[in-house]
Write a protein that binds this ligand. Structure first.
Ligand SMILES: Nc1ncnc2c1ncn2[C@@H]1O[C@H](COP(=O)(O)OP(=O)(O)OP(=O)(O)O)[C@@H](O)[C@H]1O
Ligand SMILES: O=C(O)C1=C[C@@H](O)[C@@H](O)[C@H](O)C1
Ligand SMILES: [Mg+2]
Length: 174
């Protein structure tokens, strides 16, 4: 069995599982794994929360695009877990699609909110929201962002997307 694509990008809203699934996928394929948020944190030696607080979102988006370009320059086979907003800023989505296979992990706001309500602390855009506010916030932002997410080459929709579903889709696409 051959794997056609050697550069795989997982994208979607906060909480869709890019980091969780990305690590498992990279292990399964024997590929290198990059978590774009972690790469930014390592580069700047600050947490995402502190970058938002001290530098602001605009500066964060610049750092995000710069780090993405660094990853794209790597020649290895890799899986990248993007940040939730990464595809929606600058030329990031075009750069991604010119480099490999993008996969949108698609969930509705209800599922995302139930996951994120217990994982808000390290996510500055949602840190202060109640469950109801979170559902509203996600629904609105998803509407704006889906135009970018849907530029992905592959889309998986579900209630609990597994690593096997992702690899099945990748091999089917080959
Ligand atoms: N398949 C799953 N089923 C249930 N919970 C999950 C699943 N995948 C991830 N989660 C949980 O959802 C939360 C967010 O997951 P994760 O950090 O992987 O999302 P992400 O897409 O990388 O988010 P971000 O864009 O903020 O980096 C975590 O608490 C994780 O444990
Ligand atoms: O959806 C977003 O805009 C974000 C998602 C996270 O991955 C981080 O990149 C940051 O918290 C912003
Ligand atoms: Mg993540």
């Amino acid at each position: 069995m051959k794997l056609i694509q050697h550069k795989i990008f997982l994208l979607g809203f906060m909480g869709c599982g890019k980091s969780t699934l990305g690590k498992k996928l990279a292990n399964k394929l024997g590929f290198q794994f990059f978590d774009l948020d972690k790469c930014i944190e390592e580069k700047v030696q600050m947490s995402i929360t502190d970058i938002f607080k001290t530098k602001g979102e605009e500066q964060f988006r610049k750092l995000e695009s710069d780090e993405l370009i660094n990853i794209l320059n790597s020649n290895d086979n890799y899986v990248v877990a993007l940040g939730g907003g990464a595809p929606c800023f600058n030329e990031n989505m075009d750069l991604i699609n010119n480099s490999g296979t993008s996969i949108y992990l698609k969930y509705n706001e209800g599922i995302l909110a139930s996951r994120l309500i217990n994982a808000k602390a390290e996510r500055p855009l949602i840190v202060n929201k109640t469950k109801e506010e979170l559902i509203d916030f996600i629904a609105k932002l998803l509407k704006e962002r889906e135009q970018y997410y849907l530029k992905s080459k592959l889309v998986i929709e579900g209630t609990n997307i597994t690593v096997n579903e992702v690899t099945d889709l990748l091999f089917k696409d080959s």
